[in-house]
Design a protein around this ligand. Structure first.
Ligand code: PXL
Length: 277
């Protein structure tokens, strides 16, 4: 079984980060080790959230003594410079494929509690990644380009991908791309070959928390199991869209996250078909 370690916060309420990544990665047939970077009473869109950072160094020390090895390191929300430094240190200690989801912003604004220089801090982490998965806001912040709410022209996307590729990661995916007002989806670029893929769906109005984490977790699992980028993008996008649609049907309060749980059985069948082929 492949072993993946995911480093991100544990938000106790509002499905996102670890409470999305762990169930998804396990359901996709991976051994999932967890490095909780902080405990939050609820994610940062809940007013008054409490934040307790954790030190990962003792965990990394112990894992090194045990001689543990990982197929992939997947980092998500890190919350501050100290946590990013710990991720960089972890990268040097454990050789593995690195997926960095530069979680920091959405809809043109940084998440509550993050310092304005955090995009520059995350750029240093992205430079050490094999794959990065920003949303369109994070992509603009990392690229140093103005945020555009959409629609996104081919020229704007080309500028984004060029700047993100120059950061150093071989593969860049950007989520929340809107080529037309009623269409939204994800675009992947293998910057080493110039190969591009897009996976689009009908857009639904409003904010859906945790969807970036659903997408990145699904993509991580598919890629570590050896799926080609095009199939991984399409399948991870399908799970994200299905989770959003189920939340809409069931009218789940938005801040509590999307209903990925109900989408999982069909998704797992779809994933197994990729690896049967
Ligand atoms: O879903 C991204 C995310 C992860 N972790 C925390 C967050 C958010 C988004 O708001 O607040 C703590």
């Amino acid at each position: 079984m492949k072993r993946i370690v995911t480093m991100q916060d544990l938000s106790c309420i509002g499905k996102c980060s670890l409470t999305v990544a762990l169930p998804l990665l396990s359901a996709m047939g991976l051994e999932c080790a967890v490095l909780p970077t902080a405990v939050l009473s609820a994610h940062t869109a809940f007013e008054g959230f409490r934040y307790e950072p954790l030190s990962l160094t003792p965990v990394a020390d112990h894992w090194q003594q045990l001689g543990l090895q990982f197929d992939m390191i997947y980092t998500g929300y890190l919350g501050g410079r100290a946590q990013v430094d710990q991720a960089l240190d972890f990268f040097t200690r454990f050789p593995a494929m690195r997926l960095v989801d530069p979680v920091m912003a959405d809809h043109g604004a940084l998440y509550a509690g993050l310092e304005p220089d955090f995009p520059a801090v995350l750029r240093t982490l992205c430079a050490q990644a094999d794959l990065i998965t920003p949303n369109i806001t994070e992509a603009a912040l990392l690229a140093g380009l103005p945020y555009e709410p959409g629609t996104h022209s081919d020229a704007y996307l080309a500028q984004l991908f060029q700047a993100l590729g120059a950061l150093g990661a071989g593969v860049v995916t950007v989520t929340g791309v809107r080529p037309q007002p009623d269409v939204i989806g994800n675009v992947a670029c293998d910057c080493r070959t110039g190969e591009m893929h897009a996976s689009m769906r009908p857009a639904h109005p409003g904010v859906f928390y945790g969807t970036g984490d659903v997408f990145a977790s699904a993509l991580a699992a598919l890629l570590v199991r050896g799926a080609p980028l095009s199939a991984a993008l399409e399948t991870a996008t399908a799970l994200t869209d299905e989770s959003i649609c189920r939340s809409l049907w069931r009218d789940t309060p938005r801040r509590f996250g999307v209903d990925f749980e109900g989408a999982l059985p069909a998704y797992i069948r779809r994933v197994e078909k990729i690896f049967e082929a």
